[in-house]
Design a protein around this ligand. Structure first.
Ligand SMILES: *Cc1c(COP(=O)(O)O)cnc(C)c1O
Length: 413
């Protein structure tokens, strides 16, 4: 496949492995399970170790199967380079592990995936200042910046309340101040939105969710978009400055965040994720239209107190979402009116499964306050806008009529 031609999203995902000369004309990148890689010339092994020529050393730092997936994600995000991790949390953890020092400061959206919120609390206990702000308005981010703020971290569409960060204005602010802008793109995926377009320097994807898409493999990734000037980042060690500045960040993250931290993606999971990614665009179209139909139906029902979905005109960031995203994604959440027990509601469903995952082909539902956001307590939940009756829905690719009937029948009691 030609390097020069600029193909569309799905064509690129399907054929990208062949651009690198795939073994034996295999159509899928083969599954390489070897941990070690041997060299006939010991000098070549040394030269690979010293970064003077490309090659594989030891499985923790990558192998040909992982590398093919990294290249695919780089293309999907239109970035410079990608590093894969065992999980999405492994990827986010590596940002902190590799790039922050005691005394640094981070501004994070307060509307976050629960475990990312928990991770930030840990980081805050280790000498890094962390301020949580309402990132739906750039003014809150700007007010929290300090001279030593190194990173601003947001999610595109926040899980589970679907707040949309003020993505473009925060990007412009970070660029003007030389701050690294890290965007978790899990809910939108590179098919609906490329954070590079708003100046993100690093993009997080939890590959476990929509990119893998079938709930059968854990994985995460960090993509360097090329938007951030690493020569302005104070924490890059001399060791990782041997190549030109655009490569510094990933060189340090691959060493400090992946090699030393060890949350490496396994080849079998990488294979599942690469196959799943082939249908990402098709699935996002279907799950987005299913989600919009469900959200509209529930919003019109008097037994429902609130529906949170960026595709609804009533959503506070509907305008920004419409401007930036190709569609509104597979995640929505809703609150039942007093008198309808959320557990009873979920137990009446026939198709939607009570389970904790997102971006599966199947529709999954979960009572948020009692499960994934239980540990943080009622006070922090309230500050994040999480009602006690909130139900999060990860909409699947089922036939729309079946889904609508299932959600409607459960309301009948
Ligand atoms: C699930 C998720 C993660 C973490 O991914 P894992 O693969 O489960 O570790 C990070 N961010 C968001 C927005 C997520 O939904």
């Amino acid at each position: 496949m030609s390097e020069k031609k600029n193909y569309g999203f799905t064509t690129t995902v399907l054929h990208n492995d062949r651009r690198k000369g795939i073994e034996h004309g295999s159509l899928h990148k083969p599954l390489h399970t070897s941990v070690a890689f041997g060299y006939d010339d010991a000098r070549q092994l040394a030269s690979v170790f010293q970064g003077k020529e490309p090659g594989f050393r030891y499985g923790r730092q990558g192998n040909p199967t992982i590398s093919a997936l990294e290249d695919k994600i780089t293309r999907m995000e239109d970035g410079l380079a990608t590093i894969c991790f065992a999980t999405g949390m492994g990827a986010i953890g590596a940002v902190f592990q590799a790039l922050l020092k005691a005394g640094d400061h981070v501004v994070s959206s307060s509307f976050l995936f629960g475990n990312t919120n928990s991770l930030w609390q840990t980081v805050a206990g280790q000498g890094v200042g962390v301020d949580f702000v309402d990132a739906t308005d750039v003014a809150h981010v700007e007010a929290a910046l300090k001279p030593h703020t190194r990173i601003v971290f947001v999610e595109t569409i926040a899980n589970p309340r679907t707040q949309v960060a003020d993505l473009a204005r925060i990007g412009a602010l970070c660029k003007a101040r030389g701050i690294l802008y890290v965007v978790d793109n899990t809910m939108t995926t590179p098919y609906l939105f490329r954070p590079k377009a708003v100046g993100a320097g690093l993009v997080v994807n939890a590959l476990t969710k929509s990119i893998g898409g079938h709930g059968n493999a854990l994985g995460g990734s960090l993509t360097d978009t090329g938007e951030y000037d690493w020569s302005a980042y104070p924490n890059i060690a001399a060791n990782y400055k041997r190549n030109p500045a655009p490569q510094w960040g990933m060189a340090q993250i691959r060493a400090k965040g992946l090699r030393d931290f060890g949350a490496s993606l396994g080849p079998e999971a990488a294979h599942h994720i690469a196959v799943g990614a082939e249908t990402l665009a098709l699935r996002m179209e279907r799950t987005s239209s299913n989600a919009l139909a469900l959200a509209r139906m529930l919003e019109a029902d008097e037994r429902v107190a609130a529906v949170h979905y960026p595709g609804l005109a009533s959503h506070p960031q509907h305008g920004i979402a419409s401007e930036l995203f190709r569609a509104y994604g597979s995640l929505f959440s809703f609150e039942l009116k007093d008198g309808i027990d959320c557990f009873d509601y979920l137990n009446r469903m026939d198709i939607a499964i009570s389970a904790s995952n997102l971006g599966d082909t199947r529709t999954l539902v979960i009572p948020v306050a009692h499960t994934i956001f239980f540990e943080m307590g009622a006070e922090r939940r309230a500050s994040m806008g999480i009602a006690e009756s909130l139900i999060r829905v990860s909409v699947g690719i089922e036939d729309p009529a079946d889904l609508l009937a299932d959600f409607a029948a459960a309301l009948q009691g």
